[in-house]
Design a protein around this ligand. Structure first.
Ligand SMILES: [Zn+2]
Length: 336
């Protein structure tokens, strides 16, 4: 974490008003000896209220957040703010440009790269800049993900449990402000390489969102995200109440947890996966989850996959071609 970032920003985050440009990540390659990678950035500031860092494209094949944040940047007038929005719609730009989870330049997974390294690979340098230059300014972080190319999520919010009961109550209220049907609370991760761990180190209140996925853009989920985002920014006091069209959450939020590895259903076979359950479904122990078919072996019967526990289906695998060890479903349980 020590050391000066080599990234520079075309945007001065101290200025009031709406400013956009690029973070310049120096990148000397055959086609461009003195070139830089352009990471899009927008700052909208009015006064000294809460500072919210909004990120998408942490994984490059997750699209709803990239679109929602660019829409938000275009549609937000600084006069409606009572704080500051710092927006990174394509945080790991090389990965987002390529539509890949990880960066084609260094195979870096930005959400496993914090606290980063100021003189490391491009992905490590981005992580270092975000933690040391942006999270140090931000009171709140929203990092918007989706299931990427291989999974699809019921729109879900994730947050780390807080040890202080009063802060925990405030955090549950922030989660509820989105009006999503459910949110998942996780214990603090011992692995410090996620954006949420970086936020924790910098005393920034972080939420991770998982919005649809499947390598596509789900219009319904995108609309839900945009409404939720607007209500969240109003709840935080970053946007003035008058400018909010939506004053009330759309629905009550259920709080869930993923108590153990048993809540991940994996394939034990190579083959073609046929899912028999939709995201959002309530499932019971012994219920059929799907089939793994084997058309490469004439006359071989498919293998059935069953759920081992009673739970809510949060996400499921999308591609049919499946290998032993691939995650087919993620489940969650109601917190009692
Ligand atoms: Zn992701």
């Amino acid at each position: 974490m020590q050391g000066k970032s080599q990234l520079t920003s075309e945007v001065d985050f101290d200025l009031d008003g709406k400013h956009h440009g690029y973070l310049r990540l120096p990148h000397s390659v055959h086609r461009s000896a003195y070139g830089w990678i352009p990471i899009p950035v927008i700052s909208i500031k009015n006064g000294n209220g809460p500072v919210v860092l909004l990120m998408a494209g942490n994984h490059g094949d997750e699209y709803e957040g990239q679109i929602a944040l660019n829409n938000l940047a275009r549609n937000t007038n600084e006069s409606s703010l009572t704080g500051q929005l710092i927006i990174l719609p394509m945080a790991n730009y090389p990965a987002a440009k390529a539509g890949l989870r990880t960066s084609p330049l260094d195979q870096g997974n930005l959400n496993r790269s914090f606290p980063g390294n100021p003189v490391g690979t491009p992905t490590e340098m981005i992580a270092h800049y975000i933690e040391s230059r942006l999270l140090t300014r931000a009171d709140f972080l929203l990092d918007i993900h989706s299931g990427g190319s291989s999974l699809i999520y019921q729109p879900t919010l994730l947050m780390t449990r807080h040890s202080d009961p009063e802060q925990q109550q405030r955090n549950l209220a922030i989660l509820s402000s989105f009006g999503f049907s459910h949110a998942i609370l996780f214990p603090a991760s011992p692995d410090g390489s996620y954006s949420s761990s970086a936020a924790e180190r910098q005393k920034t209140i972080a939420i991770t969102a998982e919005i649809a996925g499947a390598g596509t853009v789900d219009t319904g989920a995108l609309k839900q995200l945009e409404k939720g985002l607007s209500a969240y920014l109003g709840h935080l006091g970053a946007v003035s109440e008058d400018s909010l069209r939506l004053k009330r959450p759309m629905q009550e939020t259920r709080f869930l947890e993923v108590p153990s590895q048993d809540y991940y259903v994996y394939s034990r076979y190579n083959g073609l996966f046929e899912a028999t359950v939709e995201i959002g479904a309530e499932v019971t122990e012994g219920q059929l989850a799907g089939w793994i078919h084997h058309p490469d072996t004439p006359m071989e019967a498919p293998h059935a996959v069953y759920f081992d526990i009673q739970a809510t289906v949060i996400c499921k695998r999308v591609p049919a071609i499946t290998q032993r060890g691939d995650c087919l479903y993620e489940l969650a349980a109601q917190i009692n």
